[in-house]
Design a protein around this ligand. Sequence first.
Ligand code: BTN
Length: 306
Amino acid sequence: MKSAILNLLRDEGEEVSGEVLSKELGTSRVSVWKHINGLREAGYVIEASSRGYRLTSSPDLLLGWEFPERGKKFQHFTTVDSTMDVARVLADGGAEGGTVVVAESQNRGRGRLSREWFSPRGGIYFTLILRPEIAPAYAPRMNLMASVAVARTLRNLLGLDARLKWPNDVLIEGRKVCGILAEMGAEMDAVKFINIGVGINANLSIARYGEKAASLKDFKGTQVSRKDILNSLLEEMFRQQSLLTTGDLLEEWKSLSATLNREVRIETIGGEIAGRAVDIDSNGALVIKGKDGSLRTAFAGDCFHL
Ligand code: BTN
C-alpha cells in the first residue's frame, strides 16, 4: 500500500486528494491517512492541504516499499552486525531464493579474508540469497557473476568506467568502490544456497583509505541514488544468473578486467605467486605466467597490481 501511495504522489508531483487516493487504491480514506502517517514517521515529508497530499521529499533509505517488485523477499534493517549473518539464518531457515537483506549500516561488516568491512551510513550493504540449481563446482562463478553485475550497473547507470580486479573487487580509476563476499551452504553434489554479500561505497567519505578506495560520489561530484543503484543491480544479478553455466560470463569478466595482462603478485595461503596475469579459468581462478614461462593458477588470495 505504501509503495502504491508513493507512486501516485510521485507520478502526480502535486496534491492528490485523499478521495482520489482511496479510490485508486481501493481502500478507505482512514486507511490512506494511516499509511501516510507511517510514511511520515519513516522520514517522508508529505504536506496536507485542503487540496490533498503532496510529497515534498523522501528519505535516503533503502526501505522495502521503495522496491515493491521484490515484495516480501526484501528485508530492510537500520543496522545489523552483518547482513551475511542475517542472511545465513534466513537461508538455513528455508528463505526463498531471491531474498535480499539490506542494512543502512553494519556494526561488524565482514570483508574477505576475515577483514572488517567499513560500513557506516551512506553505503549500500546487502546480501542476496540465491538457490541456483547448479553443482557445487560452479559455485565460484557466483563471484564472477556478481562482480560483472556491479560493473555493468555502474557503467550503465552512472556512466563510470568500472573495472574488475581479481578475484572480485570493483575499481574505478584503480580505486576500490565495491567488494563482494560469497558464502555457500551445500551438500556434496548440490548447492543449497549461495549468499552473495555486496558492499558499495556510494556516498561515503573514506579519506582514511587514501588512494586505495573511493566512493561513487567522488567520481560523480555529487551524491548518487542508492535506491536506483540497488534496483538496477538486483535486476542485473538476476539477469546474469542465466549466464552462470555458459562461457559468456567469463568473456564478459575478461572484457571488464583490470587484472589481466598486468604484472601481479598474489598472496595465497600456500605462498606467493608473481608474474603476468594471462587468463582466468572456467572457475574464475587466475592463471599467471612466471618469468620462466611456467603457468600457475591462483584459486584464492590477495591480488596486488604491480
Ligand atoms: C571484500 O573484502 O572486498 C568483500 C566485502 C563485502 C562486504 C559486504 S557489505 C554486505 C555484506 N555484509 C557483510 O558483512 N559483508 C558483505
